[in-house]
Ligand binder design. Structure first.
Ligand code: HEM
Length: 531
């Protein structure tokens, strides 16, 4: 078969182009009042869809079928323009969703890599489960996240990942209910904030509220010490945590050329987070050392596995050595990243879905009142009985999955179950956002919020890998049960006391850096529930 030869662009040429671009970018940012975000977007788009194209050729695959290319009428400049426009207008997710109309498996070349979009459930299952070993996160991901996440679970592959997962898992199994239900301090603070908002007749940004709530509950569960974002809204740690995530999201998008992402404040932000995290680690180490000194030989001390940090302090690495403080700091940061914004997203979009569907809110409250009552705290048995609440959660996760995209690196040439060939080194993106909304699988009403899809009859229609908000396979979310339990406990408590609606005319703009959020927040009007 004839093979088309790629235009010759050497690494040196590419290097020079990027040196020039970097210089140009700096001077642009210095001279003009232009929005650095937009400048970055324009550069990203050019790199993504144009220079990448120059570097690679169209080769016939050695086996399987060739993946169709993303359609373009103008050397990908039209696609780049559409992407920039969609991102600038907060429609990136919808834009990627629209691409799926061209095909469920598509390819393009980006910054010197072959980028593949794989939306079919069988492709997702193949990457996450059947050929898991061939699809690690890969070097571009590791490099982007290293300054922030170090070698923690979220940013590790191979043995380093396996070891951390094996260590953390038992802690989750033992504490996932108790930890998730331990919300008393924070829920009282939420009630205080809501009461004050209602007294002023004001609306509230529910996304901001839940992000402060979840960082406090997550730090309590993970560190045994909470950062009190509910008490101090302009929290330095929270600000730094949000900033570093955004920058890392852009770095992953730029793969090998991530140095182009303006990140001048990054080192300072990491220091701001370390100023909070390292003292927590140090004090936990000191506490554990004291505990060990006071322990009766052969007996486990009370509290030694209360939180994840204490659990790790009482474990050893694969060589039988205790973990050092930097490793422990990385571990905490990773679990916080995995667990915080994801839960914020779930609670925020539940508020939106219920606030725009009062009849569903009424049905849900009826279930809560009949199972738990009007003011009792739910226990584990109650939570298991709240079937409709679980349906509401699943339907929210279907339409607004907290991790809407995921990127893997293909280690060796491979063929997907649908016959398409994946060249070694490709970046393969799958998207729960796109697959969860496909009419082919979910029916004509795929875009509608309908918790009854998850009722006993219709749930049988949900085939494997049509729904994977927590991923699947060996890297399935470790906090899945924690997340369900926490969201259920929280919603029960809030719905016993309050009702709400979305501010008239407000439309959220879901978008994603690493996790999904609404660009314009979530404007909600709460009121006390009265019959
Ligand atoms: C609604 C809430 C949540 C959703 C939708 C969610 C979803 C996910 C997804 C999609 C991944 C895979 C990410 C990737 O590999 O790139 C993941 C991984 C992970 N999640 Fe969650 N998550 C949630 C809450 C939590 C919570 C509350 C915790 C912990 C307190 C947690 C801990 C983890 C950990 C440790 C991983 C890494 C697992 C590994 O790589 O082996 N998650 N989660």
């Amino acid at each position: 078969m004839a093979t088309q030869v790629a235009p010759t662009v050497t690494p040196t040429t590419i290097g020079n182009i990027f040196a020039l671009l970097r210089h140009r970018q700096r001077s642009l940012l210095k001279r003009s009042k232009a929005n650095p975000g937009l400048a970055m977007l324009a550069l990203t788009a050019i790199l993504y869809f144009w220079i990448g194209r120059l570097r690679s050729g169209k080769k016939a695959p050695p086996r399987g079928k060739a993946i169709p290319h993303l359609k373009s009428r103008l050397f990908m400049i039209d696609v780049a323009y559409q992407y920039v426009k969609a991102r600038a207008e907060g429609d990136e997710l919808k834009w990627v969703q629209a691409l799926s109309k061209q095909g469920l498996t598509l390819t393009t070349e980006v910054v010197g890599h072959c980028l593949i979009l794989a939306f079919e459930p069988s492709s997702v299952q193949h990457m996450l489960v059947k050929n898991f070993e061939n699809y690690p996160k890969g070097p571009a991901f590791h490099k982007a996240f290293f300054p922030f996440m170090g070698t923690g679970i979220f940013n590790a592959d191979g043995a380093a990942w396996k070891n951390q997962r094996a260590l953390a898992r038992p802690h989750f199994q033992v504490t996932e209910y108790k930890g998730a239900a331990n919300i008393e301090t924070q829920i009282s603070q939420v009630f205080g904030i809501l009461d004050a908002t209602i007294a002023h007749g004001a609306s509230i940004d529910a996304q901001d509220l839940w992000s402060r709530y979840t960082i406090d509950t997550a730090t309590g569960f993970l560190f045994g010490d909470c950062v009190n974002a509910l008490g101090v809204p302009q929290n330095k740690f929270v600000h730094a945590f949000n900033y570093t995530q955004k920058i890392c999201g852009w770095k992953v998008r730029l793969c090998d050329y991530q140095a182009l992402v303006p990140s001048f404040e990054f080192p300072q932000k990491v220091k701001d987070m370390d100023a909070v995290l390292l003292p927590i680690v140090d004090s936990a180490i000191a506490k554990e050392t004291r505990r060990h000194a006071e322990a009766v030989e052969g007996e486990e001390n009370e509290g030694s596995h209360d939180n994840l940090l204490a659990h790790f302090l009482n474990s050893t690495d694969e060589h039988g050595k205790p973990f050092d403080r930097i490793y422990l700091r990385d571990m905490l940061m990773n679990f916080l990243l995995a667990g915080r914004d994801t839960s914020t997203n779930l609670l925020t979009f539940m508020c939106y879905n219920l606030g725009t569907h009062p009849e569903i809110m009424d049905r849900l409250r009826e279930e809560i009142f009949s199972v738990v009552g009007r003011d009792r705290k739910p226990d584990h048995e109650d939570i298991k009985k709240l079937k409709f609440l679980k349906q509401v959660i699943n339907e929210t996760l279907r339409l607004y999955p907290a991790v809407p995209f995921n990127i893997k690196t293909c280690l060796e040439d491979d063929v997907l179950p649908n016959g398409y060939f994946i060249p070694k080194g490709s970046l393969v993106v799958h998207s729960s956002y796109v697959t969860h909304r496909m009419k082919e699988y979910w029916g004509e009403d795929a875009e509608e919020f309908d918790p009854d899809r998850w009722g006993p009859e219709r749930v049988k229609m949900v085939r494997p890998f049509m729904f994977f908000p927590f991923h699947a396979g060996p890297r399935i979310c470790l906090g899945q049960n924690f997340a369900y339990n926490q969201a259920m406990n929280t919603m029960v408590r809030v719905m016993q006391k309050y009702t709400w609606k979305v501010v008239e005319g407000f439309e959220p703009k879901p978008e994603s850096d690493i996790t999904m959020y609404s660009r314009n927040g979530m404007q909600i009007i709460f009121d006390h529930y009265r019959e």
